[in-house]
Design a protein around this ligand. Structure first.
Ligand code: URA
Length: 226
């Protein structure tokens, strides 16, 4: 688990789980946010807060909000292609309640699950820099630290995998990213999946079956934990 005594400020939990609406930490992302606000004033256009159950045993870590998805709607994975596969899979494994309709007011709730992103602000071309990932890590660390019943983390993609490991005080070199791998890390099981992006699914790098198999393993582990 993350240590408050960590010498590395990027692994130290922030005092709060969510950045402020006008978080100034990453100048490039601030500029991108301001452009989006003037172009699309009705959109969320701010750090996207985590969504789910504060007593969750499962944390899912994505990459960053999509420009026309979470950055527009204000809820992780809501309004873009990646969310369709993710929320369908959560429903199939009893990890959500209600019907996902790709809008934050669809009444959906997550069951025993919290959903967050390694980077809370939308980055240009979906590609946060290493500095931006590090600057946002204290919020990921705080999110992890705020889940007292946490047992399992699913990292969607390599960026989420590495940032989660660092947030847990581990070295990414000691736990290589591999689809469907399970890493035991300080009392938590970290599962890897390729990100459920449109690109990965259209190229068949990630099939729905591959994705659902990861969540079947997670479901089995949560059931066994009782
Ligand atoms: N939407 C998110 O919130 N996160 C992702 O990683 C992708 C889409």
């Amino acid at each position: 688990m993350p240590s408050l005594l960590s010498p590395d400020p990027t692994t130290r939990p922030a005092t709060r789980c969510e950045p402020s609406r006008d978080c100034p930490a990453c100048p490039r992302l601030v500029a991108f946010r301001h452009e989006a606000r003037s172009r699309e004033p009705a959109w969320h256009n701010a750090p996207v807060p985590s969504f789910g159950d504060p007593a969750a045993r499962l944390l899912i870590v994505g990459l960053a909000p999509g420009l026309r998805g979470a950055n527009r709607t204000g809820r992780p994975f809501t309004g873009d292609y990646a969310g369709d596969l993710l929320y369908t899979t959560l429903s199939e494994h009893g990890l959500s309640r209600g019907v996902f309709a790709a809008r934050p007011d669809d009444g959906l709730s997550l069951v025993d699950t919290m959903l967050t992103n390694a980077v809370r602000c939308v980055p240009p071309e979906n590609k946060p820099t290493g500095g931006e990932i590090a600057a946002c890590r204290p919020f990921l660390s705080a999110t992890i630290a705020a889940l007292p019943r946490l047992k399992v983390i699913v990292a969607l993609g390599r960026v989420a995998h590495e940032s989660t490991l660092r947030a847990l005080g581990e070295r990414p070199n000691d736990h290589a990213f591999r689809h469907a791998a399970r890493h035991a890390v300080g009392g938590v099981a970290l599962y890897d999946s390729y990100h459920c992006s449109r690109y990965n699914t259209q190229t068949r790098r990630l099939t729905p079956e591959m994705f659902k198999a990861v969540f079947a393993a997670v479901r089995a582990e949560l059931n066994a934990a009782g």
